[in-house]
Design a protein around this ligand. Structure first.
Ligand SMILES: [Zn+2]
Length: 164
């Protein structure tokens, strides 16, 4: 039997791990998993996860959980907030006061957003979700550093133009 890790039969391997192997090939599977350390490790890992999940109990929801959830959903619907607004608010206005043109700042933010939204080639397309959740603090900092640089550049070009 060819190793399912190499042949890409991971779904069948998962079924085997969960104790529901393809009946016709059960013996074949058993033999392979016993002899293949990679598959043995995979099966052991899966079984550990399932055991942990079986032992896990979801905490009971509080009485007003539904109410609070609906209120929150209603709030989100009434004032939808684009991700960049949430990034912008804390330090964006400070940058504007320092003379950075809003359009330039917004442009940098959009570029930063596009770079962050581009999914890695191996990842399946994700439903659109607020990308700000995956921003690392240093990424935001870099974006704002870039914005500051752009602001300095804009000021420099303006004073150059004024001298001409
Ligand atoms: Zn194997």
């Amino acid at each position: 039997m060819k190793c399912p890790m190499q042949s890409g039969e991971t779904a069948a391997l998962l079924a085997y791990s969960s104790g529901k192997p393809d009946a016709a090939r059960a013996a074949e599977w058993e033999q392979h998993v016993e002899s293949c350390s990679a598959c043995r490790e995979f099966v052991a890992g899966q079984q550990a996860v399932w055991q942990a999940l079986e032992g896990w109990e979801a905490p009971p929801a509080t009485d007003d959980f539904d109410q609070r959830l609906y209120r929150r959903m209603e709030l989100e619907r009434v004032r939808p907030q684009p991700w960049w607004a949430r990034v912008w608010r804390p330090s964006g206005s400070r940058l504007v006061r320092r003379g950075l043109p809003i359009a330039a700042a917004a442009g940098v933010l959009i570029v930063a957003g596009l770079m962050l939204e581009r999914p890695p080639a191996t990842r399946a397309p994700q439903p659109r979700s607020p990308q700000v959740d995956v921003l690392q603090p240093e990424q935001v900092e870099h974006a704002f550093d870039d914005m500051q640089m752009l602001g300095d550049f804009t000021r420099a070009t303006r004073s150059d133009a004024a001298e001409l």
